[in-house]
Design a protein around this ligand. Structure first.
Ligand code: ATP
Ligand code: MG
Length: 468
């Protein structure tokens, strides 16, 4: 890798017309000069690459998978870029679906695994035909982007230099369009083009900058870091469903605590969770402690191979806003706690889904975890057994432990006693099932011939299977 860096550093000066950090000519790093072997590439991805290649198209692995393989990490997914149009890709593969409005993509299905194939993306700021296919809104944000182009143009449209690396199946070489290999080696995250413009085009890139900095242990270049604070509010223009997907990537992939801290520092967390903003000002107090502990516990469960569920995560994040709203309702309207919680829960979710829309399949179990807290506090006699058998018991018990560990001094004694009570009650039961109850059962290994499972394949984290 050292030799690669040298080669990259010796690159020709950039053409002034090209976006910042883009090379006039790509560096071609031949197979004998890089460590990526076909053994490291998932079989479905290889199949897709070869079929495209054999049909006469260009076919490359691109983006995060090349970056991760160079870093010795296991790629989360394998993405393919080609000069074949989505329709041409569709013709080549029986197991292909065309998806995406913003940019049309081909998804090739292999059982549960999906290989995403994207046609090279072109410039969108030319006159003529391109204008018909690309559109930006008043803030300069791209809303539609269906313009095909060359591999060079495709590289320029990518976000960070380390994400503009292409592994060519034709010669097994890496094509580096933006000194990405040099930046991987130096551990620096640099934007392709002007960072401010790129954030305006797509504000999610700010979240991606933080996620890659923590995931890859890279330092954000000053030009990447500096504009974030000022542009953080642009996240308000992003559809809440997309932000939910980004939150899953940020908080369920083993770096939740680091992401929380960095997102808060750059005022992005406040945009995602406006109800939690005030708690960030008081790091010594219980609500902040609970946030931190939640993220630390999530990371540690992932490290231990235990299941995690976004339902539990969101139940914990919104617990304190729920408490505040409940108290207000009880004080103003004299509602009993059970009713106050129901109304407060509806209010809190109603507000949260305006920025990050959590699907019902998580808000419903999250509510149950909340309701179980009241039941755990009161249960006596026969009800104890009933609660122990409740499908949400394990998550609710863990949640009680979390509350006890991060409680205000006033509440700590009471909650610790309750937690102790439920710990005692479980003694003599079957060894505690450590799964959170709404998480899916661990997957069985597929036989070699595999076969598609019910529910269809899924690639991007969709939340209900994001345990590792
Ligand atoms: P990971 O899979 O670990 O999250 P990744 O870099 O592969 O990281 P993906 O979301 O899978 O991220 O995207 C694949 C590639 O597509 C990226 O490496 C990048 O080149 C490009 N890309 C994705 N999102 C954007 C974006 N918002 N702006 C520009 N390029 C993007
Ligand atoms: Mg990826």
């Amino acid at each position: 890798m050292k030799a690669l860096a040298k080669k990259a550093l010796g690159a020709k000066p950039q053409n002034s017309e090209l976006p910042k950090n883009i090379l006039a000519k790509p560096l071609v790093i031949s197979r004998d000069q890089h460590p990526i072997s076909r053994k490291d590439i998932a079989e479905p991805a290889l199949k897709v690459l070869y079929r495209l290649h054999n049909a006469g198209y260009e076919a490359y692995l691109v983006g995060g998978c090349v970056r991760d393989l160079l870093l010795g990490l296991k790629p989360k997914d394998f993405d393919v870029a080609t000069n074949a149009s989505p329709e041409q890709v569709h013709k080549l593969f029986r197991n292909c679906r065309l998806v995406g409005r913003r940019f049309r993509l081909a998804h090739i299905m292999f059982g549960r695994e999906v290989i995403e194939v994207a046609t090279f993306r072109g410039h969108h700021d030319d006159d003529g035909d391109a204008q018909k296919h690309a559109k930006s809104d008043a803030q300069g944000m791209l809303v539609r982007d269906n313009v095909y182009g060359s591999i060079e143009e495709d590289a320029q449209r990518r976000d960070f230099t380390v994400n503009a690396l292409y592994y060519n199946i034709a010669d097994f070489a890496i094509y580096d369009f933006a000194n990405g290999v040099r930046d991987i080696e130096a551990g620096v995250l640099r934007m392709i083009g002007d960072a401010e413009t790129r954030y305006r085009e797509d504000p999610v890139r700010m979240l991606r900058a933080i996620r890659f900095a923590t995931k890859l242990s890279m330092r954000m270049d000053d030009s990447v870091a500096k504009p974030i604070h000022e542009h953080a509010s642009l996240l308000q223009n992003i559809p809440p469903a997309r932000l939910f997907e980004e939150c899953l990537k940020l908080f369920t992939a083993g770096k939740a605590l680091a992401n929380f801290e960095m997102l808060s520092e750059y005022h992005l967390f406040q945009q995602l969770f406006p109800m939690l903003k005030s708690y960030l000002q008081t790091p010594d107090e219980a609500p902040y402690q609970m946030l931190r502990q939640t993220f630390a516990d999530t990371d540690s469960r992932i490290q231990q191979g235990l299941s995690i569920t976004p339902a539990y995560l969101f139940a914990a994040l919104l617990w304190w806003p729920l408490q505040a709203r409940m108290e207000q309702l009880m004080f103003e309207s004299g509602l009993p706690p059970v009713d106050a919680m129901n109304i407060a829960a509806a209010d809190v979710w109603g507000r949260q889904v305006q920025t990050v829309s959590v699907p019902k399949r998580f808000t419903i179990p999250a509510r149950e975890i909340w309701q179980m807290q009241q039941r755990l506090e009161r249960a006596k006699g026969k009800r104890v057994q009933t609660l122990l058998g409740h499908p949400r018991f394990r998550a609710a018990y863990d949640f009680l432990l979390l509350r006890a560990a991060t409680a205000t001094p006033l509440e700590r004694k009471k909650l610790s006693e309750q937690a102790q009570f439920w710990t005692e009650q479980q003694k003599g039961m079957q060894p505690a099932d450590k799964r959170h109850d709404d998480a899916p059962a661990p997957r069985k290994k597929r036989g070699r011939r595999g076969g598609r499972r019910r529910g269809g394949p899924r690639k991007r984290p969709s939340g209900d299977n994001n345990k590792s």
